[in-house]
Write a new protein. Structure first.
Length: 198
């Protein structure tokens, strides 16, 4: 398998955390890629020019981290990260959606912060901050469990991204239960081995 990636992408981190948890990371060739430059090799696999993009051993190109994570979950013999049915499945998928929502707002909001100030941009940034804050409040009220599944991995990656890119906005002070969960969960190899650098 071949993974087009950017080292600081939280979506790539989620994919690699799943791969490590599933024992598949040694089977993935990582190709450093700047999606903003739309390199031809990435465009040939993903017309959206986004990372992560996984090309399977069969040559099938998969993109968007939820799709790639679910594909990885279908490989190997490790315990599944996507529960197959029932309340556990919906809870895991709900947490993944919440975490991806935090990331969507945080990644896009960070890009907006570097642009010149104007009223419309300030309103957009405020909306992203509110989405992150509201989701953190919901996670504080009902933190993920300690079970390693797609939901808990996604939430850990989202919280790690907030630390990495928004360190001056300390979410831990507002969310002590969530912070305690994260400190314990961050010891799992998939999270511990993928801490962003740079």
């Amino acid at each position: 398998m071949k993974l087009f990636y950017s080292a600081t992408s939280p979506y790539v981190r989620k994919v690699m955390a799943c791969a490590i948890t599933r024992g598949l990371d040694g089977r993935i060739e990582k190709v450093p890629t700047n999606p903003h430059q739309s390199p031809p090799e990435l465009l040939a696999a993903n017309p959206l020019s986004k990372v992560p993009c996984l090309v399977t051993d069969d040559g099938l190109a998969l993109f968007d981290s939820p799709v790639i994570c679910e594909y990885l979950d279908s490989r190997g013999e490790a315990l599944p990260l996507f529960p197959s049915h029932g309340a556990a499945r919906w809870r895991a998928l709900k947490f993944q959606a919440m975490a991806d929502g935090i990331l969507d707002a945080a990644v896009t909001g960070r890009g907006e912060l570097g642009k010149p100030k104007e009223a419309a941009r300030d309103a957009t940034i405020a909306r992203f901050k509110a989405a992150i804050s509201n989701t953190l409040d919901a996670l504080e009220a009902d933190p993920p469990h300690r079970l390693v599944d797609i939901g808990s991995i996604a939430v850990a990656c989202a919280l790690g991204y907030l630390d990495f890119r928004y360190g001056s906005d300390p979410w831990r002070e507002r969310c002590p239960k969530l912070a305690a969960w994260y400190e314990a969960f961050a010891q799992n190899p998939g999270i511990a081995q993928t801490v962003p650098q740079g």
